[in-house]
Design a protein. Structure first.
Length: 302
């Protein structure tokens, strides 16, 4: 009908605490007043391709959760039967899997249970492999590929993580500054300040939990000394000098922040969360730079 429409975040609509009368007419009038005053927060509506990529990434997350649960069931089954792997060795390494494959049970019922648990694990592994193959295809050939490839210049942000961030966030340039993106991910601290008093607590954890989880896992890699080698060097090949410069700044800054916080006695988890918040700022810078370059080359996209 030629009418511009926006989708508004319900949790961010101002509410009068003393208003106890609610009708459709009053709601419509109130929304019109808030829209005129600029008090409504519009949310980004993903397109079909964005939703499809998001479903693909989340399907892999579900498969990984199923794999963890299946592994726990198998290990508890072995534990109930008094079967233990070598003390001090890690589970689910190649050596551990070879040991599991070599186990034998004389009791027929136990043998069937063990085989079914093992077969279920193999089925999940196949599912994960198929999903990751499609994620790789999307990360290299889809319309999101340039941003996904650019984000992989950062340490700790490999293909799966980069694709997850792009799928969940969508257009990075819709955020005017990185602080807005940090708030969107729920990585900013809670605060209650009034007069001379100021109180800050843990992170708000509002917004997208998938983004927050991906960033936290990626941030653990900044414990190590900054370096560009191995997989990081391969991922940076062919990328623009500006993007690689941002990635190098991120390594130095975030490693120093982690070391400084830990030396002051902060728990490692708290330091990693702080690193994740600042890492999101570097991700925003790289993504916006890439999106701006794409819009310059293809004005029709903008």
């Amino acid at each position: 009908m030629g009418i511009k429409c926006i989708v508004v975040a319900p949790s961010l609509i101002p509410v009068r605490q003393g208003d106890r009368v609610k009708t459709d007419r009053r709601d419509a009038l109130r929304l019109a007043q808030l829209l005129r005053a600029g008090e409504l927060t519009a949310v980004w509506v993903p397109g079909e391709d964005d939703e499809a990529l998001r479903d693909l990434v989340r399907a892999r997350e579900d498969a990984k959760e199923d794999q963890l649960a299946a592994r726990h069931r198998l290990l508890k089954f072995l534990l109930r039967n008094g079967i233990h792997f070598a003390q001090g060795a890690k589970n689910w390494t190649a050596k551990h899997r070879n040991w599991v494959d070599g186990l034998k049970f004389e009791n027929r019922a136990l043998r069937i249970v063990f085989q079914e648990y093992l077969h279920h694990l193999d089925e999940i592994a196949g599912r994960i492999e198929r999903l990751e193959q499609e994620i790789h295809l999307q990360a290299t050939e889809s319309s999101h590929a340039p941003v996904i490839q650019a984000l992989q210049t950062l340490r700790g942000v490999a293909e799966i993580t980069a694709t997850s961030l792009v799928a969940e966030i969508g257009e990075f340039s819709r955020f005017q500054n990185p602080r807005q993106l940090m708030a969107y991910a729920g990585l900013v601290p809670k605060e209650y300040s009034s007069g001379a008093s100021r109180w800050q607590g843990g992170i708000t954890k509002t917004g997208n939990a998938h983004v927050r989880h991906s960033l936290t896992e990626a941030s653990w890699s900044y414990r190590y000394t900054p370096a560009v080698k191995g997989e990081i060097r391969k991922r940076q090949e062919g990328k623009s000098p500006e993007v690689k410069n941002i990635a190098w700044k991120a390594q130095n800054r975030l490693h120093r922040k982690y070391a400084r916080m830990v030396s002051r006695g902060k728990p490692h988890s708290v330091a990693v969360t702080a690193v994740a918040r600042e890492l999101l700022g570097f991700i925003w810078a790289i993504a916006c730079t890439t999106e701006q370059t794409l819009n310059t080359k293809n004005p029709s996209i903008a």
